[in-house]
Design a binder for this molecule. Structure first.
Ligand SMILES: [Zn+2]
Length: 317
């Protein structure tokens, strides 16, 4: 199926999906041991991912799956440039599909994978998670939330979660079911896994793609880019339980959140290239290589403590 990129019509929006009736929520879960099959499932659903795209990346899968036991795919692109002897390559985590109904945020990962695979002089170590929420993507129709009805981007164990997440949901969103933060911090297997994965991979930068606000959000140090391609910087602030709040403010890892213009229409090839070039330029200017011996990250309370009632929390001032 050919997707005519950038044709801003309802038809194009429909074209981004292959026949959704064949991918209902009742579809059998994919065996957890098979990353290639998991990729083909995405390619069969999304017209903007070709079957051949799955040959570009040798996907592994997360140790744990989703609520419905689907695999979460992980692709690695190691650095190929040798850094100075006292330095190591910086690590960049690329993330898509936190919200299952934002198709373009998943598909763009495969366009970036092509670029990474072609690049024979990679300066950084890249880890790609093209879809954190495959249950939402494959729900037929796709949902923002995971299979438990939780907005994963409100479920990360930010320090104020226990006191602020549910009141914020009630007072600021009117209990919008698309923004339900869950019964407790990191209650969802997808979030628990990503929290652990961030600790394992220890990224220096996280890029988490969403849609359709058409802006660039940013959390954490250092100075943000003023734009990524067609997306201009517009900082949205911190939501209780968001990844930007958790990683950017709690862990002090810079989080770039490109919000593509459309959830169901891909950016043009030129726009995708512009975003990528600006990302690389910002990484080269502000991240570069990292010292081999890093100061330890700030010690945080175990996120399990955040499950406790607020009066029992042992938070540092
Ligand atoms: Zn989103």
């Amino acid at each position: 199926m050919i997707l005519h990129y950038g044709r801003a019509t309802l038809i194009a929006c429909i074209l981004l999906l292959h026949l959704p009736a064949a991918h209902s929520g009742q579809a059998r879960p994919i065996p957890l041991a098979n990353g290639a099959q998991g990729c083909l499932t995405l390619a069969n659903l999304l017209g903007s991912i070709a079957v051949e795209d799955c040959a570009v990346v040798d996907f592994g899968i997360a140790g744990t799956g989703t609520v419905q036991h689907r695999p979460i795919l992980i692709g690695d692109f190691p650095a190929t440039r040798t850094p100075p002897v006292d330095k190591r390559p910086a690590r960049v985590l690329l993330l898509g599909g936190v919200h299952g109904d934002e198709y373009s945020a998943v598909s763009i990962q495969f366009r970036w994978a092509e670029r990474l695979a072609r690049d024979s002089r990679r300066r950084y170590e890249w880890r790609m998670i093209p879809c954190l929420n495959p249950d939402g993507l494959l729900a037929g129709p796709a949902t923002r939330t995971n299979a438990n009805g939780v907005d994963l981007n409100r479920n990360f164990p930010t320090l104020e979660w226990a006191t602020r997440a549910l009141p914020y949901w009630t007072e600021q969103t009117g209990r919008d079911p698309r923004r339900y933060p869950g019964p407790s911090a990191a209650s969802e297997p997808e979030v628990q896994w990503l929290v652990d994965e961030i600790e394992r991979f220890d990224p220096d930068v996280i890029v988490s793609v969403h849609a359709p606000l058409g802006i660039l959000d940013f959390d954490g140090p250092p100075p943000p880019p003023q734009q990524l391609g067609m997306l201009n910087l517009d900082r949205l602030g911190a939501y209780p339980g968001s990844l930007g709040n958790y990683a950017g403010r709690t862990l002090a890892i810079p989080v770039l959140t490109p919000e593509l213009q459309y959830a169901g229409i891909m950016p043009t090839n030129q726009q995708i290239a512009g975003m990528w070039d600006d990302l690389i330029e910002w990484l080269d200017e502000h991240i570069g290589e990292q010292d081999r011996v890093l100061p330890p990250r700030p010690v945080l309370p175990d996120w399990n403590l955040l499950l406790a009632p607020p009066e029992n929390l042992l938070l540092r001032p």
